[in-house]
Design a protein around this ligand. Sequence first.
Ligand code: PMP
Length: 434
Amino acid sequence: MHNSMTFPTPLSTQLDPHQLRIDFPILQTTAQGGMPLVYLDNGASTQRPQMVLDSMNDCYSRYYSNVHRGIHSLSETSTHAFEQARQTLADFIHAASAKEVIFTAGTTAGINTVARSWGDQNLRSGDMIVLTMAEHHANIVPWQQLATRTGCELVFLPIDRQGHVDAEQMDLLWQRHAERIKLFAFTAVSNVLGTINPVQRWVQRAHQIDAIALVDAAQAAPHMTIDIQAWDADFVVFSGHKMCGPTGIGILYGREALLEAMPPFLGGGAMIRSVTTQGFTSADLPEKFEAGTPPIVEAIGLATAANYLSQVGLPAIHAHEQQLTQLAHELLTQIPGLRLLGPEEPTEKGGIVSFVIAGLHPHDISQWLDMDGIAVRAGHHCAMPLHQSLEISASTRASFYLYNTAEEIEKLATGVQRLQTKVTGGGRRRRSAT
Ligand code: PMP
């Protein structure tokens, strides 16, 4: 512990991360060099509790079969479990109907589905799509591709120094282009700045001008209660692997009337009602958007993960992460030359803390922390336009989850502080972060 760093009194939390850690086999392992593993890369992907692994293993070992196809009893059992998983996810996000819950490969696949299907059907040259400057590439590139296909235009709302969308610019855009804006696609929580956006208000603003609202909930669904009906959003997407579930699965929620009107994106088995040599007719929702063999076991694992998170309690998870963020802010801001990105106020953020340090490259910070068993992410975090607008090429990001502890945040801050002292004390010269 560096002697110039002041540690606040321990935080009281509504959940006990030490107890929850026992559920996660990987957190019982050590990092390279025998250090305890300090996993602070949850924004990229989280770890899984034993019960998620068990539910998947159980399916493969006892009742696995393809779904919706066979009349044999194994297929009926796996179909039932798969559809039960869909209902669990619908309940998790408070969707009105399980028909509105489409299994995809993840957030990226969900957004591409909307861009290809709804976008190609509805957008024309002269139409406008509004994004924020803080979007992940998954919520930029599919719209750029759509713009190339249709001639529609993309507009990026700038982010102010406090990590919020510039409200005046938004008002101006709405006044000037109400007729042209057809889609407002934005992240609920920034994967770099941690900013929690006012989803409900922004959806209302989209609807006021008859535009569609798509919410990227990749960094929200795992960490806070999501009520799709309260949000009133038209499309919502998120990924299983960021919420204690498996990779290769995610959710595309779509308002039923919109999904009904949209053409299927991928064609093949399962998404059809009938096929002749002349053509095909589409299956009903949700199969219409689930061509081919779906991620069956992954859906079952994801439903177990959703149940696990609900049992722990999403409000408690969110409160715990905000406490960790507050501690991280308090400790990291004591380090000379360190600049936090995004809101200074932890209550405006999820459990994401990104920073830059004058004279230290994020890759070096990450490598240095790795030697202490601390996993953080360095780079542009798939948000290059945001980094360009901040006039930096990269940042270091620590991102928290229910199993992270105050001691881990202290280890992070101590590690960064030691590196900063070493470098400013005449250590080897490093590349600049900017
Ligand atoms: N949007 C946001 C805000 C994200 O953080 C991520 C993952 N980093 C994605 C989209 C893409 O998710 P996936 O890679 O699971 O498709």
